[in-house]
Design a protein around this ligand. Structure first.
Ligand SMILES: [Zn+2]
Ligand SMILES: [Zn+2]
Length: 122
């Protein structure tokens, strides 16, 4: 028995709007995410790795960033990913870091596509 995925998607989209990940593309230098609302996000691997918000990368008490883009190797790659619940993605990075959870909301905020980039600049 399988759940009718179309029915599920419609239910989910009406409930959560854009906050659904349809597809994740892992590239040599970039990482792409296709969203339920048709938006296509693109990030450089280094940028995304540098915005990891886990306790190893960000000091929990102060919120100070310990690992930022400056500390990350140039050729960093995401080797694998899983969805966490209905709200986040978790990546396995080529530097073996895998504790970072990226909530959909954060990923949308970090999106560096043409539309989002210009919106943030303006
Ligand atoms: Zn981290
Ligand atoms: Zn975007």
């Amino acid at each position: 028995m399988t759940v009718d995925s179309r029915e599920y998607q419609q239910y989910y989209q009406s409930k959560e709007g854009s906050m659904e990940v349809i597809h994740v593309t892992l590239g040599n230098s970039d990482l792409g995410i296709s969203w339920g609302d048709g938006h296509e996000s693109i990030y450089t691997n280094k940028y995304l790795r540098g915005h990891c918000g886990c306790a190893v990368c960000v000091e929990e008490m102060t919120g100070r960033r310990i690992i930022s883009e400056d500390n990350i190797q140039q050729d960093i790659q995401a080797l694998d990913w899983i969805q966490v619940g209905r709200y986040a993605l978790q990546f396995l990075w080529s530097d073996t870091h895998d504790t970072g959870i990226y909530p959909f909301e954060l990923l949308r905020n970090l999106c560096a596509c043409k539309d989002c980039g210009s919106a943030k600049d303006g």
